[in-house]
Design a protein around this ligand. Structure first.
Ligand SMILES: Cc1ncc(COP(=O)(O)O)c(C=O)c1O
Length: 429
């Protein structure tokens, strides 16, 4: 059945899909329904969901409290050319989760949140260059995506990584205005930033960047960037679109230093499209439409729509301190089990991660940056075999062999994944 659907899809969707992440060979599978941590496809096969819509479903699927609240709101309307009270209630909740959040503005995706954050930084500083970490994924905005797919043939020297475009047709001006720094290497990063003193609007960092290897940013790296941006008059910008799930106030709680602005998304939509920009009140006020000069005029037709606001508020109220601890302890249990399985299988593999996420690499030692995490053809082949084994055994993973836990899971699901992983690793080696 999925094969037939894909034939139709191929006629009218480029590549037959609306998002490349759902591609599978020979064809994508199509979902029928899901509840909690289990998804059933239209062939009737049920799988335990460790992908959680790319780490966005913190309570798994169709949580009854979210379904009920959203259903009630659906009957009252989905979007108005009026503000709603739930938007204020949700903004109060988000702002109360972290001392660094004075104000928040909601948007509709993580891409939009990162884009808005970069534009706010430019408007505030009056500068236009952006620095970002090599290999880090921050969505589709031209400036944020530079170097995300850099490879050994084009990434240049480690002491000064090239700004490599992702999309053909990226304007050369974008490449000139993005400064690429290596992850977790304060010495090299600061030396590069020093060459752009006085011209950067901000430095963009994900504290646990998935594509860079799902390795937590070190305290030294974050504090070096904080100090440098502070001295330079540029802003420290965190992308917590994924990592806000790591602690009650986001992964930024791991560090002594705080960012000026933070982009949020994924989990805070309670299962619906969302993004948000939160942070320092004086910076956020570049979007204040009541100012004499509005430095960054900002709008969005579906921004803060009451469906997303309702779902997000219910989801985040349920994601309290003990829920955070629950999902994090499940991930820690999985990491421990997989590490043991790697040793027992004698496999050339390792696990990285933090908070409620982990990633399996087909490398004997844990990578420390994008270049080290980059897959050789043989690692890629073995990783795909492992992913296929897990899929056939009934587990959905993110296609880098990363996983995100949810409150819908318990130790039973973790232990099941660990034993499937042990079988897979024994096969793949
Ligand atoms: C760290 C990070 N930032 C931004 C984005 C973009 O978010 P969205 O897909 O909602 O546009 C993603 C999406 O995967 C992400 O992982």
């Amino acid at each position: 059945m999925s094969a037939l659907l894909y034939e139709r899809a191929m006629q009218i969707l480029p590549g037959g899909v609306s998002r490349n992440t759902v591609l599978r060979k020979p064809h994508p599978l199509y979902a029928d329904h899901a509840f909690g941590c289990r998804v059933t496809d239209i062939e009737g096969v049920e799988r335990i969901d460790f992908a959680n819509n790319m780490a966005s479903l913190i309570h798994g699927h169709a949580h009854p409290a979210i379904v009920e609240a959203v259903t009630e709101q659906l009957r009252r309307g989905t979007a108005f050319t009026l503000a709603t009270e739930v938007e204020i209630r949700y903004a109060e909740h988000i702002v109360n989760r972290n001392n660094g959040f004075d104000k928040v503005r909601f948007v509709n995706s993580g891409t939009e949140a990162v884009m808005g954050m970069l534009k706010a930084a430019r408007a505030f500083t009056g500068r236009y260059k952006i620095a970002k970490v090599e290999g880090a994924y921050h969505g589709l905005y031209d400036y944020a995506e530079i170097s995300q797919t850099a490879n050994p043939s084009n990434w240049g020297m480690e002491a000064g990584p090239e700004a490599v475009p992702v999309a053909f047709g990226t304007p050369p001006g974008v490449l000139a205005d993005v400064v690429v720094i290596p992850f977790n290497d304060p010495g090299r990063a600061i030396a590069i930033l020093d060459r752009h003193r006085g011209s950067l609007a901000g430095v963009l960092v994900d504290p646990l960047p998935h594509r860079v290897g799902l390795i937590p940013a070190s305290e030294e790296f974050v504090s070096a960037l904080r100090e440098w941006t502070h001295d330079d008059g540029s802003l420290l910008l965190f992308d917590e679109v994924i990592t806000f799930r790591s602690e009650y106030g986001g992964a930024q709680d791991w560090y002594e230093a705080s960012p000026d602005l933070v982009a949020l998304g994924k989990m805070i939509g309670g299962g619906f499209p969302v993004g948000a920009i939160a942070g320092r009140g004086d910076v956020m006020d570049v979007m204040n439409p009541l100012a004499d000069t509005v430095l960054f005029p900002h709008s969005g037709t579906f921004s803060a729509n009451p469906i997303t606001m309702t779902a997000g508020l219910v989801a985040m109220e349920m994601f309290d301190g003990s829920a955070v601890e629950h999902v994090n302890s499940l991930a820690a249990r999985a990491v421990e089990g997989i590490e043991k399985a790697i040793v027992e299988a004698g496999a050339s593999a390792c696990v990285t991660g933090g908070g409620s996420m982990f990633r399996v690499h087909m490398k004997a030692t844990a990578p420390s940056n994008y270049r080290e995490a980059f897959l050789t053809p043989d690692e890629s082949r073995r990783l795909n075999l492992l992913l296929d084994h897990l899929f056939d055994a009934g587990f959905m993973m993110i296609n880098t062999c990363s996983a995100a836990t949810s409150t819908a899971m318990g130790t039973e699901e973790i232990d099941a994944l660990v034993s499937a992983m042990a079988e897979g690793l024994a096969k793949v080696g």
